[in-house]
Design a protein around this ligand. Sequence first.
Ligand code: AMP
Length: 207
Amino acid sequence: MRLILLGAPASGKGTQAAVLTEQLGVPKISTGDMLRAALKDGTPLGKEAATYMNSGKLVPDSVVIGLVEERLKESDAQKGFILDGFPRTVAQADALDALLKRLGVGLDFIVQIDVPRELLMERATLRRTDKRTGQIYHLKYSPPPPDAELEHRADDHEEKVKTRLDAYDAQTAALLPHYEKLGVLRRVDGVGSPKEVTARMLSQIAG
Ligand code: AMP
């Protein structure tokens, strides 16, 4: 299964990718996670990406395209993958098409998770991560236990979330017609519990 998850920041891509990776037995490839790991490790790539990420802007195409090209060549990705957060621009989608063509494989589905903007704002600004376990909580919908050591992602503060949602509207939404033309686009209502959304996704991609 080769799957792309599309959707605005905080639409639930990461949560759904984590569940689907187990259910489908293919790795989750998240450019956001890869960039955050590079930033944490203080690599040159992490340092380059940091200024963009911390202000909610997209990292340059050449950086993320290079990351994904390398990752897709690794052995575990040969049986399939779930792309989370990539592609985000038309240039990235074109680079991915070209890469998959070179590798001689195609995409099975692109699943777009639809969530209204007001809910995306609320989800992102109240999202917290326990830095010991990596578990993600939401202060309203999925409150953390009292002993959690909570972190608030720098780009989950209100102004940064607005910038990220604007980048999504300006650049990533343009990918939908591209994938619609290929006949592999499926749309899923992302409002509801993570379990409900997973069930909707599985019904779209099953069979
Ligand atoms: P995410 O966790 O997917 O919301 O990504 C967090 C941040 O990483 C984004 O706001 C961007 O700064 C950067 N990023 C992740 N994926 C991409 C991508 N495909 N293209 C450009 N920037 C990205």
